[in-house]
Design a protein. Structure first.
Length: 117
């Protein structure tokens, strides 16, 4: 999976509209709304989530062995197999007795809002 943060994923810009995506990929295997105002288009190997109000592409989920982050002309390889020890859920639980796990995301009232705190 190739990701240029906030710009594109696997060559698909985050500015793509749902109709354009469906012309490119065809009809999804499944389509459903979720509980946070996003419509999911599930193609089996990839799920695209669009904001219900604006129609903007919000997120893309795909299983991949490696994430290639394209950052300022550099490529950073992030192998997913090695992320288990660094996963936010694990790190948050180690650093906070008040950690929680919700909607497949971790959080804690004692975690800073940004890496720089």
């Amino acid at each position: 999976m190739k990701l240029k943060p906030y710009a594109e994923v696997d060559g698909l810009p985050f500015t793509v509209r749902r109709a354009d995506l469906q012309r490119r990929h065809g009809a999804p295997l499944r389509e459903r709304g979720n509980g946070i105002g996003l419509t999911e288009l599930d193609y089996g190997d990839v799920v695209f989530r669009f904001q219900d109000g604006s129609g903007r592409l919000e997120e893309v989920t795909r299983r991949a062995a490696v994430l290639y982050l394209l950052l300022d002309g550099d490529v950073v390889d992030v192998p997913f197999a090695g992320l288990a020890a660094l996963c936010p859920r694990t790190m948050v639980r180690r650093s906070s007795g008040r950690a929680f796990w919700s909607a497949r995301a971790s959080g804690s009232p004692s975690c800073p809002a940004s890496p720089t705190g």
